[in-house]
Ligand binder design. Structure first.
Ligand SMILES: NC(=O)c1ccc[n+]([C@@H]2O[C@H](COP(=O)([O-])OP(=O)(O)OC[C@H]3O[C@@H](n4cnc5c(N)ncnc54)[C@H](OP(=O)(O)O)[C@@H]3O)[C@@H](O)[C@H]2O)c1
Length: 456
């Protein structure tokens, strides 16, 4: 592994150097163990501790298949899917691997008693498989997490529609939270040259998801002047949705749960901010019943912030806890676009507010190849910025996942894999200098809030 890292850190390595670098027989990776699937049985979700289920193991190097690339991973990131995997909810990811393994002898490689997690990476291509011409050893890349087979015409217009669509590192093996990773080369995109490895690794999954969900015609198709209600506006998805709304001439109405998170949204440029904790919304009276008066109070607060207007789009992902309110506050003809159900997937809402006011509920999931490419292009151009707040080592991935599980993080949480320290990998210092305050925004506010809590 040292030889690989030396080649990456050296400024004069050629593609031939990378093609000739000796590959190790095994590598270090963050894994789940199949024989521990039941380890949290009977516990409430909040008591399931990712530090207990995530292991750092030496695993054998997988065989490289046609159309694939082996990538040296400099940095990766924790996504909420890392949390879902690590607590085996809503189902164990080993079921995904078993099903994928039944497809072909090549996919059978994924069905193992361990699962290497991780749906983001920034790194360097080491080898490419048969039939790959667009990428070569030595290319500095990021990878999006859409894995598709594309043998069915269903996915030929919109690759998310492929019947064999999977999220790499969640529904497939050999993910990015490791020193090496295996991807299909159609997942590769150029690494934004002005970012460090850990910054470049952090937007991928959430940035692409927010792009499809909010901007793309496959999602809400946001336009200039739209009011966009964004739940968790400083979180993984929300921190990108907020940027897209601002960059696209819309008005984000940011919902967060603390003054620190409200500060982050303000620093990004948002003006309409609701602190849901301070304002104490209780959309559910009890386990079964919601409280429409609370929906109304929430809608009233939105109107106060917008000068009397309702929202054109709700960027939904909390699910059960907020969905009734989201449907209620959307304006006539507006869109509730949802990509998740963090607080529960059995949603309840009053359908009269949907049909009588001609509202639409749109389901959205990750992004197709092109949407992921467009989203990465905006990062590479310095139009959309990483929202990295904190960086952990590969050994600390369990703690990083616990932070996200307990909602103690801001924006994105990064993980160093092969990179020996933060700050490496910048190739375009000029573009970086231009955007430095925006690139560092989440990190600086996180450091400030740590300092404040130390002082108290
Ligand atoms: N379908 C897809 O392709 C896709 C892609 C990415 C993520 N997801 C899913 O989307 C969800 C969010 O992901 P993420 O990366 O944004 O996670 P995240 O970084 O944890 O951010 C989510 C934010 O939502 C807010 N939130 C959480 N529970 C809430 C509740 N009950 N009511 C209101 N707000 C709540 C929190 O913000 P405040 O506390 O500040 O309000 C939290 O910071 C996860 O379930 C994830 O699996 C789906």
């Amino acid at each position: 592994m040292k030889e690989i890292l030396d080649a990456i850190l050296s400024s004069d390595s050629t593609s031939a150097d990378f093609a000739n670098v000796k590959l190790p027989e095994s590598y270090r990776a963050v894994t789940l163990h199949k024989d521990e699937e039941q380890m949290f049985a009977g516990l409430a979700s909040r008591d399931k501790d990712p530090r207990k289920s995530l292991h750092l193991d030496d695993v054998p190097l997988p065989e490289l298949g046609p159309g694939e690339a082996l990538v040296a991973v400099m940095a990766s990131a924790v996504n909420y899917n890392t949390v879902w995997s690590s607590i085996f909810e809503p189902v164990s990811t080993f079921g995904f691997l078993e099903r994928y393994g039944r497809l072909s002898p090549l996919t059978k490689r994924h069905d193992l008693p361990y699962h290497v997690l991780g749906s983001d990476l920034a790194g360097v291509v080491l080898r490419t498989g048969a039939g790959v011409n667009a990428w070569k050893p030595g290319d500095e890349v990021v990878a999006h997490c859409l894995s598709v087979e594309l043998e069915s015409s269903d996915g030929h217009n919109d690759t998310m529609m492929d019947p064999e669509q999977r999220i790499w590192g969640f529904e497939t093996n050999f993910g990015g939270l490791a020193q090496l990773a295996l991807v299909k080369t159609n997942q590769l995109m150029p690494k934004p040259a002005h970012l460090t490895w850990e910054e470049a690794a952090s937007p991928g999954l959430v940035n692409s998801t927010a792009y499809r969900q909010l901007v793309s015609q496959n999602g809400a198709g946001m336009k200039q002047g739209d009011n966009v209600l964004i739940w968790g506006a400083s979180g993984g998805l929300g921190s990108y949705a907020t940027q897209y709304a601002l960059a696209g001439g819309a008005t984000p109405i940011c919902v967060v749960s603390s003054p620190e998170k409200a500060d982050i949204c303000r620093s990004m440029g948002a003006e309409a901010i609701i602190d849901r904790s301070a304002e104490g919304y209780r959309f559910w009276k009890d386990e079964q019943n919601q409280d429409p008066r609370e929906w109304k109070r929430f809608g009233g607060r939105i109107r106060e912030l917008t000068g009397g207007e309702d929202v054109d789009i709700v960027f939904e992902h909390p699910g059960r806890e907020t969905f009734g309110a989201s449907v209620y506050v959307t304006r006539k003809g507006g869109t509730i676009v949802t990509c998740a159900s963090t607080s529960g997937f059995m949603h309840q809402y009053d359908n009269r507010y949907l049909w009588m006011s001609l509202k639409k509920i749109v389901g959205s999931h990750f992004a197709n190849y092109r949407e992921a490419w467009e989203a990465n292009r905006l990062v590479a151009k310095g139009r959309i910025h990483p929202t990295l707040s904190r960086v952990y080592s590969l050994e600390q991935t369990g703690q990083a996942s616990l932070d996200v599980h307990q909602n103690r993080h801001q924006g994105k949480v990064g993980v160093l894999c092969l990179a020996p320290e933060e700050g490496l990998g910048v190739r375009d210092a000029e573009l970086r200098a231009k955007h430095l305050p925006s690139i560092n925004l989440f990190r600086e506010l996180d450091e400030r809030s740590i300092q404040t809590s130390r002082d108290l």
